[in-house]
Structures are given as C-alpha cells and as structure tokens.
Design a protein around this ligand. Structure first.
Ligand code: ADP
Ligand code: ADP
Length: 224
C-alpha cells in the first residue's frame, strides 16, 4: 500500500471574524521509498499540511491514510499510538532533551514504544554511527554543533523505524555548508531505509535532489 495518502483534505483557521482556508482540498500520495519535496512560500500551509499528515491535527474534511489504513475514525489514543509507531518528525529546531545524551535522546522514543533497552541502545548507537556521530553519542545537545544536534534529531525521528518521515525545514536553521551536510545525510538515510519522506524546504537545490517536488497553490497540491 501507499505509505501516506491525503485525500480531499481541508483545514481552515479562524482569523478574527473570518476563516482562513489554508488547505482547500489537498490530494497527495507518497509511496514507500519516495522522497518528496514540499516547497512554496511562507504561509502557504506547508506546516499545516505536515501536521495533518502527521496526525497532530485533524483535517476539517477529507482523509489521511497511513500504510493504507484510513485514520479518520481513530480516536485520539489510537492516533497517538499510530503516530509514535509509524511516523517520524524532524523540525527546524532540534527539540532534543538537554539533560540527556545524544544516545539517550535516540533511545527514549524506543523505550516509550516498548522496545527492550539493550536493543534500543544498539539501534541508537547504529543510527548515530550511520549519521557520522559515533564519537558524539555520549555528549549532551549543548555540547554539540548545530549540525550535529540536527543529525541527532534525525536519528531520533527514525529510531522506531517509521514508515513515514515528515520534515519541516530540517536545515532551515543551519549555515549553508552545515545544511548541505545534514541534508546529504538525511537523503542517504531516507534512501537507505525505504521510508516515505515528505520534506518541506525553501532550498530549491535540495528540492531538486529529491525524487519529486510538489507545492501548495491556493490550498491545493500542484506537481512541479
Ligand atoms: P480553530 O479554532 O480555527 O480550529 P485553533 O484552535 O487551531 O483554531 O487555534 C486557536 C487560535 O490560536 C487561532 O485562532 C490563532 O489565533 C492562534 N494560533 C495558533 N497557532 C497559530 C499560528 N501558527 N499562526 C497564527 N495563529 C495561531
Ligand atoms: P507555511 O508552513 O507554509 O509557512 P503554515 O501552515 O505555517 O504555512 O501557515 C499557513 C497559514 O495558516 C498562515 O497564514 C498561518 O498564520 C495560518 N495558521 C497556521 N496555524 C494556525 C492556527 N493554529 N491558527 C490560526 N492560523 C493558523
């Protein structure tokens, strides 16, 4: 089945007395192994789309399918469980827990998902090594560079082997050289795991290196 499907998704927000229709009928399919770039100007609705796709917000209308299953009828508890097991998020800012080491930050979501601690540590160490952070595993976020922090955040996002990876400007807070390094790692990881990735970016060079590009135009998805 397709990893992620949005069908006829609408989402509006109240803005004073009017409603701002951000998503007006979004149709989007992301297949396993596919990396899709989501581009478009600020305020177009990219974050809103990622939140709806990631089961953080419900659409007003339309459906979100994860791994072929319609999530519309799921209660909040089931949506949360599905989000934790099937979807990984990377944000512009790393949101790592400052008191924990890089390794612990990657272990934690696995423990929450019920994985055995030894296995969780093994997987965390393997992921960090894959992302070039083998020597940094025992450091806390405050001791890491911005690029290293963001690579830890990427490792954390895929710790539970999600079928979907959603990223909102994952390199938006980094200088160009660091952004290039982190983006290259993210691409390598996504290609290596076969997950479906939807990555919002302002960087058109990065978008050009993804499998496919879409943009939000007047609340709908347009292929580029
Ligand atoms: P609605 O009642 O339309 O579903 P929400 O409950 O999502 O809206 O948000 C409540 C209020 O929070 C909004 O009306 C808005 O004033 C404010 N808000 C929250 N996040 C944002 C944002 N990213 N941009 C602008 N306003 C926001
Ligand atoms: P992008 O990620 O493309 O910059 P967003 O999805 O963050 O776009 O925002 C799209 C529009 O929706 C913006 O005008 C923003 O202010 C508005 N918006 C986003 N979230 C909320 C909210 N919770 N309440 C009210 N308005 C919101």
């Amino acid at each position: 089945p397709d990893a992620l499907v949005l069908a006829g998704v609408t989402r509006s927000y109240s803005q004073g007395k009017t409603r701002l229709e951000v998503l007006r009928g979004v149709d989007l399919v992301v297949s396993p192994g596919e990396i899709v770039g989501l581009v478009g100007p600020s305020g177009a609705g990219k974050s809103t789309l990622l939140h709806v796709a990631g089961l953080l917000e419900r659409p007003d209308e339309g459906s979100v399918y994860v791994g072929g299953s319609d999530t519309t009828g799921l209660d909040d508890g089931r949506r949360t469980a599905l989000r934790r097991s099937a979807i990984g998020f990377v944000y512009q800012f790393h949101h790592l827990l400052p008191e924990f080491t890089a390794l612990e930050n990657v272990v934690l979501p696995q423990l929450i998902a019920g994985l055995d601690k030894t296995e969780a540590k093994r997987r965390a160490a393997e992921l960090l090594a894959f992302l070039g952070l083998g020597e940094r595993a025992m450091h806390r976020p405050g001791e890491l560079s911005g690029g290293e922090q963001q690579r830890v955040a990427i490792a954390r996002a895929v710790a539970n082997a999600p079928r979907i990876l959603l990223a909102d400007e994952p390199t938006g807070n980094l200088d160009p050289d660091t952004a290039e390094h982190v983006f290259a790692m993210l691409l390598k990881l996504a290609h290596g795991t076969g997950l479906a990735a939807l990555i919002a970016t302002h960087n058109l060079d990065f978008a050009a290196r993804m499998d496919r590009r879409v943009t939000l135009r007047e609340g709908r998805i347009v292929e580029l």
